[in-house]
Design a protein around this ligand. Sequence first.
Ligand SMILES: [Zn+2]
Length: 287
Amino acid sequence: MSQTEVLNEILQKYHENKLSHAYLLETNNLNLALNDIKLLIKNLNCPENYQEKCCNCNLCNLINLENLPSLKIIEPDGANIKKKEIEDLKVSFSTKPIYSKYNIYIIKNAEKLNASSANAMLKFLEEPTPGILGFFLTTNKDIMIDTIKSRCQIYTLKYDDSSLESTLNISREIISTYISKIKLYLAAIYNQEFINHKTFLLNEFPNREDIENIFKIILAIYYQTFLKLNNLKYNEEIVSIYSLPEDKEKIQEKMQIISQILTNMSYNVSIELILDKFVIEMRGSHE
Ligand SMILES: [Zn+2]
């Protein structure tokens, strides 16, 4: 099953009123899996009938900010997940959720529940309280404690390693906000259209981190196209973001320019200077 099929199946079970009280999800990418579970939780709870971009509802915002009282995300503090965390969880979930249908906990790196925290957790699983839903996330279910495993429904969330989400380690939702801008940006560079950097990217994406992500995606487009032109395994989704009008050598030259830009970004060079340099060099190299 693909990760989308898994999430849809859980959603389907919800609509049929057949949700398990706990799910164990084994994944090759914890951050993406966490993002997808948040997306699922929005789907379960959003009063606005959650669609890709429900930004106006309070509940979805609180989920994004990990500030929803009925959602607890527990991560290991150092080598393991402390028993106290589990006990605190029990206390805060002893009352019914106010803003959402479920009290939901997510245990990230669930294989790091040590014997005493796993014992505390078991009480939760042995006498499931209606209205509480749990997700255990792990990269390796084989090293998880059996008594927990046996009480969960188990799925695998496998992410394609060459996908943009895996490469950038950010969610599809955020990536989709960049894509249309990237298409326009590359088209303007190739067509020698005037670009005002202060407005073109920076008005919409004033953060250095966003600009860096945008350049990482641009580099991925060139790299995957390069693989394609060399008859190697490539990612069709990334290649199709923008079809580059060039040959292997030109693409390789440009990959070097973009890599250099990303290096500059990691130093304290001004963004506007970097954007200027990028357009000049990209245009220069295809004349
Ligand atoms: Zn919403």
